[in-house]
Design a protein around this ligand. Structure first.
Ligand SMILES: Cc1ncc(COP(=O)(O)O)c(C=O)c1O
Length: 459
Protein backbone atom coordinates (compact mmCIF):
# COMPACT_ATOMS: atom_id res chain seq x y z
CA UNK A 1 0.00 0.00 0.00
CA UNK A 2 1.29 3.43 -0.87
CA UNK A 3 2.54 5.36 2.15
CA UNK A 4 1.78 8.69 0.54
CA UNK A 5 -1.51 9.95 1.91
CA UNK A 6 -4.05 11.22 -0.57
CA UNK A 7 -4.78 14.92 -0.67
CA UNK A 8 -8.11 16.04 0.72
CA UNK A 9 -9.27 17.76 -2.41
CA UNK A 10 -11.95 20.33 -2.94
CA UNK A 11 -15.38 19.09 -3.98
CA UNK A 12 -14.80 20.13 -7.55
CA UNK A 13 -11.81 22.02 -8.79
CA UNK A 14 -13.08 22.24 -12.33
CA UNK A 15 -16.12 24.40 -11.87
CA UNK A 16 -16.88 26.24 -15.08
CA UNK A 17 -17.75 29.90 -15.28
CA UNK A 18 -21.38 30.76 -14.73
CA UNK A 19 -21.40 32.20 -18.23
CA UNK A 20 -20.50 28.78 -19.58
CA UNK A 21 -23.63 27.33 -17.93
CA UNK A 22 -25.83 29.98 -19.46
CA UNK A 23 -28.50 29.10 -22.02
CA UNK A 24 -30.96 31.58 -23.53
CA UNK A 25 -34.30 31.95 -21.84
CA UNK A 26 -33.39 30.43 -18.48
CA UNK A 27 -34.15 32.52 -15.41
CA UNK A 28 -33.73 32.12 -11.68
CA UNK A 29 -36.71 34.25 -10.81
CA UNK A 30 -40.45 34.17 -11.16
CA UNK A 31 -42.35 37.37 -10.50
CA UNK A 32 -46.11 37.77 -10.12
CA UNK A 33 -47.87 39.69 -12.92
CA UNK A 34 -47.38 43.46 -12.70
CA UNK A 35 -50.30 45.04 -10.86
CA UNK A 36 -49.01 48.62 -10.72
CA UNK A 37 -48.33 51.04 -13.61
CA UNK A 38 -45.04 50.32 -15.37
CA UNK A 39 -42.43 53.05 -14.93
CA UNK A 40 -39.69 53.94 -17.36
CA UNK A 41 -36.42 53.73 -15.35
CA UNK A 42 -34.94 56.56 -17.42
CA UNK A 43 -37.59 58.89 -16.00
CA UNK A 44 -36.34 58.25 -12.50
CA UNK A 45 -32.65 57.62 -13.03
CA UNK A 46 -32.12 59.84 -16.06
CA UNK A 47 -28.89 59.14 -17.93
CA UNK A 48 -27.76 56.68 -15.24
CA UNK A 49 -30.42 54.18 -16.30
CA UNK A 50 -28.89 51.42 -18.41
CA UNK A 51 -31.02 50.13 -21.23
CA UNK A 52 -28.45 47.57 -22.28
CA UNK A 53 -27.39 45.33 -19.41
CA UNK A 54 -24.66 43.71 -21.47
CA UNK A 55 -24.13 40.00 -21.58
CA UNK A 56 -25.67 38.39 -18.49
CA UNK A 57 -25.70 34.70 -17.63
CA UNK A 58 -29.09 33.04 -17.99
CA UNK A 59 -29.29 30.18 -15.52
CA UNK A 60 -31.83 28.52 -13.27
CA UNK A 61 -31.96 29.05 -9.52
CA UNK A 62 -30.52 25.65 -8.69
CA UNK A 63 -27.67 26.21 -11.14
CA UNK A 64 -26.78 29.46 -9.42
CA UNK A 65 -27.03 27.88 -5.96
CA UNK A 66 -24.87 24.93 -6.93
CA UNK A 67 -22.35 27.08 -8.75
CA UNK A 68 -21.74 29.44 -5.85
CA UNK A 69 -21.95 26.71 -3.23
CA UNK A 70 -19.27 24.76 -5.08
CA UNK A 71 -17.14 27.88 -5.39
CA UNK A 72 -17.53 28.49 -1.66
CA UNK A 73 -15.88 25.12 -1.00
CA UNK A 74 -12.72 26.50 -2.55
CA UNK A 75 -12.27 28.79 0.40
CA UNK A 76 -9.61 27.21 2.49
CA UNK A 77 -10.38 27.36 6.19
CA UNK A 78 -8.97 26.15 9.48
CA UNK A 79 -12.01 23.88 9.75
CA UNK A 80 -11.01 22.14 6.51
CA UNK A 81 -7.36 21.53 7.13
CA UNK A 82 -4.07 22.77 8.43
CA UNK A 83 -3.32 26.40 7.81
CA UNK A 84 0.28 26.85 8.75
CA UNK A 85 1.38 30.40 8.06
CA UNK A 86 4.73 30.31 9.79
CA UNK A 87 4.67 32.17 13.05
CA UNK A 88 1.12 33.42 12.47
CA UNK A 89 -0.22 29.86 12.40
CA UNK A 90 -3.97 29.55 12.30
CA UNK A 91 -4.92 27.53 15.31
CA UNK A 92 -7.98 25.51 16.06
CA UNK A 93 -10.81 27.62 17.45
CA UNK A 94 -12.69 25.53 20.01
CA UNK A 95 -16.44 25.45 19.47
CA UNK A 96 -17.17 26.15 23.14
CA UNK A 97 -15.87 29.69 22.52
CA UNK A 98 -18.42 30.15 19.77
CA UNK A 99 -21.26 28.89 21.93
CA UNK A 100 -20.37 31.32 24.71
CA UNK A 101 -19.87 34.26 22.34
CA UNK A 102 -23.38 33.68 20.97
CA UNK A 103 -25.13 33.93 24.36
CA UNK A 104 -27.86 36.43 23.75
CA UNK A 105 -26.85 38.87 26.47
CA UNK A 106 -23.31 39.00 25.13
CA UNK A 107 -23.94 38.89 21.40
CA UNK A 108 -26.70 41.51 21.57
CA UNK A 109 -25.07 43.76 24.15
CA UNK A 110 -24.55 47.28 22.88
CA UNK A 111 -21.60 49.50 23.85
CA UNK A 112 -24.00 52.39 24.48
CA UNK A 113 -25.93 50.37 27.05
CA UNK A 114 -25.70 51.99 30.49
CA UNK A 115 -22.96 50.51 32.65
CA UNK A 116 -25.44 49.36 35.24
CA UNK A 117 -27.03 46.91 32.80
CA UNK A 118 -23.66 45.88 31.32
CA UNK A 119 -22.15 44.49 34.50
CA UNK A 120 -21.81 40.99 33.03
CA UNK A 121 -19.93 42.21 29.97
CA UNK A 122 -17.74 44.48 32.09
CA UNK A 123 -17.05 41.58 34.40
CA UNK A 124 -15.81 39.59 31.41
CA UNK A 125 -13.42 42.40 30.48
CA UNK A 126 -12.20 42.64 34.05
CA UNK A 127 -11.77 38.90 34.52
CA UNK A 128 -9.94 38.51 31.22
CA UNK A 129 -7.69 41.43 32.19
CA UNK A 130 -6.88 39.76 35.51
CA UNK A 131 -6.15 36.44 33.82
CA UNK A 132 -3.84 37.99 31.23
CA UNK A 133 -2.04 40.04 33.88
CA UNK A 134 -1.52 36.85 35.85
CA UNK A 135 -0.32 34.91 32.81
CA UNK A 136 2.14 37.60 31.71
CA UNK A 137 3.34 38.69 35.15
CA UNK A 138 2.58 42.28 34.27
CA UNK A 139 0.67 44.85 36.36
CA UNK A 140 -1.85 46.63 34.14
CA UNK A 141 -3.52 46.02 30.80
CA UNK A 142 -5.70 47.39 28.01
CA UNK A 143 -7.78 45.03 25.90
CA UNK A 144 -8.57 47.63 23.26
CA UNK A 145 -6.09 47.07 20.42
CA UNK A 146 -7.65 45.18 17.54
CA UNK A 147 -4.61 43.20 16.38
CA UNK A 148 -1.03 42.37 17.24
CA UNK A 149 0.40 45.23 15.19
CA UNK A 150 -2.14 47.58 16.77
CA UNK A 151 -0.97 46.38 20.17
CA UNK A 152 2.60 47.18 19.20
CA UNK A 153 1.55 50.69 18.21
CA UNK A 154 -0.23 51.13 21.53
CA UNK A 155 2.70 49.74 23.52
CA UNK A 156 5.30 51.92 21.84
CA UNK A 157 3.05 54.96 22.29
CA UNK A 158 3.08 54.15 26.01
CA UNK A 159 6.88 54.05 25.93
CA UNK A 160 6.99 57.36 24.09
CA UNK A 161 4.52 59.06 26.44
CA UNK A 162 6.42 57.80 29.48
CA UNK A 163 9.82 58.97 28.23
CA UNK A 164 8.41 62.33 27.20
CA UNK A 165 6.87 62.73 30.64
CA UNK A 166 10.28 62.04 32.13
CA UNK A 167 11.67 64.86 29.99
CA UNK A 168 13.76 62.23 28.26
CA UNK A 169 12.44 61.76 24.72
CA UNK A 170 14.63 59.45 22.71
CA UNK A 171 15.15 58.83 19.02
CA UNK A 172 15.76 55.18 18.30
CA UNK A 173 14.30 51.74 18.73
CA UNK A 174 16.51 48.68 18.45
CA UNK A 175 15.05 45.72 16.60
CA UNK A 176 16.76 42.34 16.14
CA UNK A 177 16.84 40.91 12.63
CA UNK A 178 14.81 37.93 13.86
CA UNK A 179 11.90 40.18 14.89
CA UNK A 180 8.49 40.07 13.30
CA UNK A 181 8.15 42.50 10.38
CA UNK A 182 5.48 44.56 12.10
CA UNK A 183 7.98 45.63 14.80
CA UNK A 184 10.07 48.03 12.68
CA UNK A 185 6.92 49.33 11.02
CA UNK A 186 5.48 50.15 14.45
CA UNK A 187 8.64 51.92 15.60
CA UNK A 188 8.71 54.03 12.44
CA UNK A 189 5.02 54.94 12.71
CA UNK A 190 5.65 56.13 16.27
CA UNK A 191 8.32 58.47 14.96
CA UNK A 192 11.40 56.51 15.95
CA UNK A 193 14.30 55.57 13.75
CA UNK A 194 14.93 51.85 13.62
CA UNK A 195 18.33 50.36 14.29
CA UNK A 196 18.91 46.76 13.37
CA UNK A 197 20.40 44.43 15.94
CA UNK A 198 22.34 41.37 14.79
CA UNK A 199 21.46 37.81 15.73
CA UNK A 200 24.20 35.43 16.76
CA UNK A 201 24.81 31.95 15.36
CA UNK A 202 22.22 30.52 17.77
CA UNK A 203 19.51 32.82 16.37
CA UNK A 204 19.43 34.96 19.52
CA UNK A 205 20.20 38.62 20.14
CA UNK A 206 23.93 39.17 19.92
CA UNK A 207 24.51 40.57 23.42
CA UNK A 208 27.88 42.27 22.71
CA UNK A 209 26.23 44.10 19.78
CA UNK A 210 23.40 45.19 22.07
CA UNK A 211 25.92 46.53 24.59
CA UNK A 212 27.67 48.44 21.81
CA UNK A 213 24.46 49.89 20.37
CA UNK A 214 22.66 50.75 23.60
CA UNK A 215 22.94 54.40 24.53
CA UNK A 216 20.82 57.31 25.75
CA UNK A 217 19.23 57.75 22.30
CA UNK A 218 17.55 54.36 22.51
CA UNK A 219 13.97 54.43 23.75
CA UNK A 220 13.38 50.70 23.68
CA UNK A 221 14.30 47.32 22.32
CA UNK A 222 11.42 45.51 20.62
CA UNK A 223 12.00 41.84 21.08
CA UNK A 224 9.86 39.07 19.64
CA UNK A 225 10.25 36.26 22.16
CA UNK A 226 10.33 33.44 21.23
CA UNK A 227 11.41 35.00 17.98
CA UNK A 228 10.30 34.14 14.46
CA UNK A 229 12.94 31.40 14.29
CA UNK A 230 11.20 29.71 17.21
CA UNK A 231 14.16 30.50 19.46
CA UNK A 232 13.79 31.68 23.07
CA UNK A 233 16.12 34.50 24.10
CA UNK A 234 18.10 32.70 26.74
CA UNK A 235 19.87 35.84 27.93
CA UNK A 236 16.66 37.78 28.37
CA UNK A 237 17.49 38.90 31.94
CA UNK A 238 20.82 40.28 30.80
CA UNK A 239 19.16 41.98 27.82
CA UNK A 240 16.63 43.66 30.15
CA UNK A 241 19.41 44.84 32.46
CA UNK A 242 21.41 46.32 29.60
CA UNK A 243 18.35 48.29 28.47
CA UNK A 244 17.35 49.44 31.94
CA UNK A 245 20.87 50.46 32.96
CA UNK A 246 20.82 53.04 30.16
CA UNK A 247 17.23 54.21 30.79
CA UNK A 248 15.64 52.29 27.91
CA UNK A 249 12.58 50.03 28.07
CA UNK A 250 12.10 46.44 27.00
CA UNK A 251 9.10 45.87 24.72
CA UNK A 252 8.18 42.26 24.10
CA UNK A 253 6.22 41.18 21.07
CA UNK A 254 4.28 38.45 22.87
CA UNK A 255 2.49 37.09 19.83
CA UNK A 256 4.32 33.81 20.35
CA UNK A 257 3.25 33.44 23.98
CA UNK A 258 1.76 30.06 23.10
CA UNK A 259 5.28 28.76 23.79
CA UNK A 260 5.42 30.35 27.25
CA UNK A 261 1.96 30.43 28.86
CA UNK A 262 2.05 28.74 32.27
CA UNK A 263 5.81 28.27 32.10
CA UNK A 264 7.48 31.68 32.38
CA UNK A 265 6.16 35.21 32.71
CA UNK A 266 7.63 38.14 30.77
CA UNK A 267 6.97 40.42 33.74
CA UNK A 268 9.36 38.25 35.75
CA UNK A 269 12.17 38.40 33.22
CA UNK A 270 12.34 42.17 32.89
CA UNK A 271 9.79 43.08 30.20
CA UNK A 272 8.21 46.53 30.71
CA UNK A 273 5.45 46.37 28.13
CA UNK A 274 4.19 43.73 25.73
CA UNK A 275 1.30 42.74 23.54
CA UNK A 276 -0.50 39.46 23.18
CA UNK A 277 -2.28 38.18 20.10
CA UNK A 278 -5.49 36.65 21.39
CA UNK A 279 -5.94 35.21 17.89
CA UNK A 280 -2.65 33.37 18.16
CA UNK A 281 -2.31 32.30 21.77
CA UNK A 282 -5.86 32.33 23.11
CA UNK A 283 -7.71 30.54 20.32
CA UNK A 284 -9.80 33.35 18.91
CA UNK A 285 -10.42 33.19 15.15
CA UNK A 286 -8.20 35.18 12.81
CA UNK A 287 -9.37 34.95 9.26
CA UNK A 288 -9.73 37.37 6.43
CA UNK A 289 -7.90 40.07 8.34
CA UNK A 290 -9.74 39.85 11.62
CA UNK A 291 -11.33 40.67 13.90
CA UNK A 292 -8.26 40.20 16.02
CA UNK A 293 -7.34 41.37 19.46
CA UNK A 294 -3.96 42.52 20.70
CA UNK A 295 -4.12 43.44 24.42
CA UNK A 296 -1.18 45.40 25.81
CA UNK A 297 0.09 44.57 29.29
CA UNK A 298 2.56 46.78 31.10
CA UNK A 299 4.28 47.50 34.37
CA UNK A 300 2.69 49.93 36.83
CA UNK A 301 4.83 52.92 35.81
CA UNK A 302 3.24 52.82 32.34
CA UNK A 303 -0.30 52.42 33.63
CA UNK A 304 -1.18 56.17 33.69
CA UNK A 305 -0.61 56.30 29.93
CA UNK A 306 -2.95 53.42 28.99
CA UNK A 307 -5.64 54.25 26.43
CA UNK A 308 -8.98 55.52 27.68
CA UNK A 309 -11.23 54.16 28.94
CA UNK A 310 -9.88 51.69 31.50
CA UNK A 311 -12.07 49.20 33.31
CA UNK A 312 -12.30 49.88 37.03
CA UNK A 313 -14.27 48.79 40.08
CA UNK A 314 -16.08 51.86 41.33
CA UNK A 315 -16.51 52.92 44.95
CA UNK A 316 -20.05 51.40 44.99
CA UNK A 317 -18.61 48.03 43.96
CA UNK A 318 -19.94 48.11 40.38
CA UNK A 319 -17.66 47.85 37.37
CA UNK A 320 -17.37 50.72 34.94
CA UNK A 321 -15.13 52.67 32.59
CA UNK A 322 -12.80 55.42 33.76
CA UNK A 323 -12.25 58.23 31.27
CA UNK A 324 -10.60 60.69 33.66
CA UNK A 325 -7.00 59.92 32.81
CA UNK A 326 -5.08 63.07 31.98
CA UNK A 327 -1.86 61.28 30.96
CA UNK A 328 -3.55 58.73 28.72
CA UNK A 329 -2.32 58.36 25.14
CA UNK A 330 -6.01 58.69 24.21
CA UNK A 331 -8.28 56.29 22.43
CA UNK A 332 -6.86 53.61 20.19
CA UNK A 333 -10.11 51.94 19.26
CA UNK A 334 -13.84 52.57 19.26
CA UNK A 335 -15.55 51.48 22.48
CA UNK A 336 -13.49 48.75 24.09
CA UNK A 337 -12.06 46.77 21.19
CA UNK A 338 -13.36 43.53 19.73
CA UNK A 339 -15.47 42.39 22.65
CA UNK A 340 -16.50 39.12 20.99
CA UNK A 341 -12.85 38.12 20.95
CA UNK A 342 -12.51 38.90 24.65
CA UNK A 343 -15.42 36.60 25.37
CA UNK A 344 -13.88 33.80 23.31
CA UNK A 345 -10.43 34.19 24.90
CA UNK A 346 -11.87 34.09 28.39
CA UNK A 347 -13.97 31.03 27.48
CA UNK A 348 -10.80 29.32 26.31
CA UNK A 349 -8.82 30.29 29.42
CA UNK A 350 -11.58 29.14 31.76
CA UNK A 351 -12.28 25.93 29.84
CA UNK A 352 -8.60 24.95 30.15
CA UNK A 353 -7.67 26.33 33.55
CA UNK A 354 -4.02 26.77 34.59
CA UNK A 355 -3.10 23.11 34.07
CA UNK A 356 -4.80 22.95 30.69
CA UNK A 357 -3.06 26.10 29.49
CA UNK A 358 0.30 24.76 30.62
CA UNK A 359 -0.42 21.51 28.80
CA UNK A 360 -1.29 23.46 25.65
CA UNK A 361 2.07 25.20 25.83
CA UNK A 362 3.85 21.89 26.25
CA UNK A 363 1.94 20.43 23.33
CA UNK A 364 2.77 23.40 21.09
CA UNK A 365 6.47 23.03 21.82
CA UNK A 366 6.30 19.25 21.49
CA UNK A 367 4.56 19.52 18.12
CA UNK A 368 7.18 21.90 16.74
CA UNK A 369 9.94 19.59 17.94
CA UNK A 370 8.17 16.56 16.50
CA UNK A 371 8.21 18.21 13.09
CA UNK A 372 11.79 19.28 13.62
CA UNK A 373 12.82 15.71 14.38
CA UNK A 374 10.82 14.33 11.47
CA UNK A 375 12.21 16.74 8.90
CA UNK A 376 15.75 17.30 10.13
CA UNK A 377 18.01 15.52 7.68
CA UNK A 378 15.64 16.06 4.79
CA UNK A 379 15.79 19.80 5.14
CA UNK A 380 18.62 21.95 6.33
CA UNK A 381 18.11 23.20 9.90
CA UNK A 382 19.99 26.50 10.00
CA UNK A 383 19.68 27.06 13.76
CA UNK A 384 20.33 24.12 16.06
CA UNK A 385 19.04 25.96 19.14
CA UNK A 386 16.09 24.12 20.77
CA UNK A 387 12.79 24.99 19.13
CA UNK A 388 9.90 26.54 20.95
CA UNK A 389 6.58 27.12 19.16
CA UNK A 390 7.91 26.69 15.62
CA UNK A 391 10.88 25.46 13.68
CA UNK A 392 12.43 27.03 10.61
CA UNK A 393 14.14 25.05 7.85
CA UNK A 394 15.98 26.37 4.86
CA UNK A 395 15.73 25.12 1.25
CA UNK A 396 19.53 25.01 0.86
CA UNK A 397 19.66 21.29 0.09
CA UNK A 398 16.77 21.34 -2.34
CA UNK A 399 18.06 24.50 -3.98
CA UNK A 400 20.99 22.54 -5.42
CA UNK A 401 18.36 20.77 -7.56
CA UNK A 402 16.67 24.01 -8.49
CA UNK A 403 13.80 23.61 -6.00
CA UNK A 404 13.05 26.65 -3.89
CA UNK A 405 10.92 27.11 -0.77
CA UNK A 406 8.16 28.57 -2.95
CA UNK A 407 8.06 25.40 -5.09
CA UNK A 408 7.80 23.24 -2.01
CA UNK A 409 4.97 25.39 -0.71
CA UNK A 410 3.08 25.03 -3.99
CA UNK A 411 3.42 21.28 -3.88
CA UNK A 412 1.87 21.20 -0.41
CA UNK A 413 -1.39 22.41 -1.91
CA UNK A 414 -1.68 19.06 -3.67
CA UNK A 415 -1.63 17.40 -0.25
CA UNK A 416 -4.52 19.41 1.12
CA UNK A 417 -2.47 21.92 3.13
CA UNK A 418 -2.49 25.63 2.84
CA UNK A 419 1.08 26.25 1.67
CA UNK A 420 3.87 26.68 4.16
CA UNK A 421 7.54 26.04 4.08
CA UNK A 422 8.16 22.28 3.82
CA UNK A 423 7.19 19.41 1.52
CA UNK A 424 8.61 16.67 -0.65
CA UNK A 425 11.66 17.51 -2.69
CA UNK A 426 10.56 15.78 -5.87
CA UNK A 427 11.47 17.42 -9.12
CA UNK A 428 7.76 17.47 -10.14
CA UNK A 429 7.27 20.17 -7.56
CA UNK A 430 8.51 22.66 -10.08
CA UNK A 431 5.04 22.61 -11.61
CA UNK A 432 2.93 21.98 -8.49
CA UNK A 433 0.14 22.27 -7.55
CA UNK A 434 -1.29 19.64 -9.89
CA UNK A 435 -4.67 19.09 -8.28
CA UNK A 436 -6.10 22.60 -8.42
CA UNK A 437 -8.07 24.32 -11.17
CA UNK A 438 -5.26 26.73 -11.96
CA UNK A 439 -1.69 25.70 -11.36
CA UNK A 440 0.70 28.61 -11.01
CA UNK A 441 -0.59 32.11 -11.17
CA UNK A 442 1.63 35.08 -11.68
CA UNK A 443 1.38 35.95 -7.98
CA UNK A 444 2.41 39.57 -8.30
CA UNK A 445 0.00 40.27 -11.14
CA UNK A 446 -2.76 38.35 -9.34
CA UNK A 447 -2.31 40.51 -6.25
CA UNK A 448 -1.77 43.86 -7.94
CA UNK A 449 -3.96 43.62 -11.03
CA UNK A 450 -6.55 40.95 -10.28
CA UNK A 451 -8.99 40.36 -13.12
CA UNK A 452 -12.19 39.70 -11.25
CA UNK A 453 -14.72 40.32 -14.01
CA UNK A 454 -15.56 37.98 -16.80
CA UNK A 455 -15.87 39.55 -20.24
CA UNK A 456 -17.10 37.82 -23.36
CA UNK A 457 -14.32 37.43 -25.90
CA UNK A 458 -16.06 39.78 -28.33
CA UNK A 459 -15.93 42.81 -25.95
C1 LIG B 1 5.47 37.68 16.23
C2 LIG B 1 4.32 38.48 15.66
N1 LIG B 1 4.22 39.78 15.96
C3 LIG B 1 3.22 40.53 15.48
C4 LIG B 1 2.26 40.00 14.65
C5 LIG B 1 1.21 40.90 14.10
O1 LIG B 1 -0.05 40.54 14.56
P1 LIG B 1 -1.35 40.93 13.73
O2 LIG B 1 -1.32 40.11 12.49
O3 LIG B 1 -2.49 40.55 14.62
O4 LIG B 1 -1.30 42.41 13.48
C6 LIG B 1 2.33 38.64 14.30
C7 LIG B 1 1.35 37.99 13.39
O5 LIG B 1 0.33 37.50 13.74
C8 LIG B 1 3.37 37.86 14.84
O6 LIG B 1 3.49 36.56 14.55
Amino acid sequence: MSRVKKASRHVNQNEGLIFEKSSPGKAAWLLPPLDVPEVDPAKILGASARADLGHMPEVSEIEIIRHFTRLSTWNYAIDLGMYPLGSCTMKYNPRVNEVVARFEGLANGHPYQPEKISQGALRILQTLSECLIDITGMEAITLQPAAGAHGELTGILLVRAYLEKQGNPRKKILIPDSAHGTNPATAAICGYSVENLKSNAAGMVDVPSLVAQMNSDVAALMLTNPNTLGVFEQEIHKIADILHDKGGLLYMDGANMNALVGKVRPGDFGVDVMHLNLHKTFSTPHGGGGPGSGPVACKQFLEPFLPVPVVITKSDGTIGFDYQRPQSIGRVRAFYGNFGMHVRALAYIMANGPEGLRQTTEDAVLNANYLRQALDGTYELPYKTPSMHEVVFSDRRQATRGVKTGDIAKRLIDYGFHPYTTSFPLIVVLEAPHSTRVSRLDEVAAARKPVLRWKPVSQ
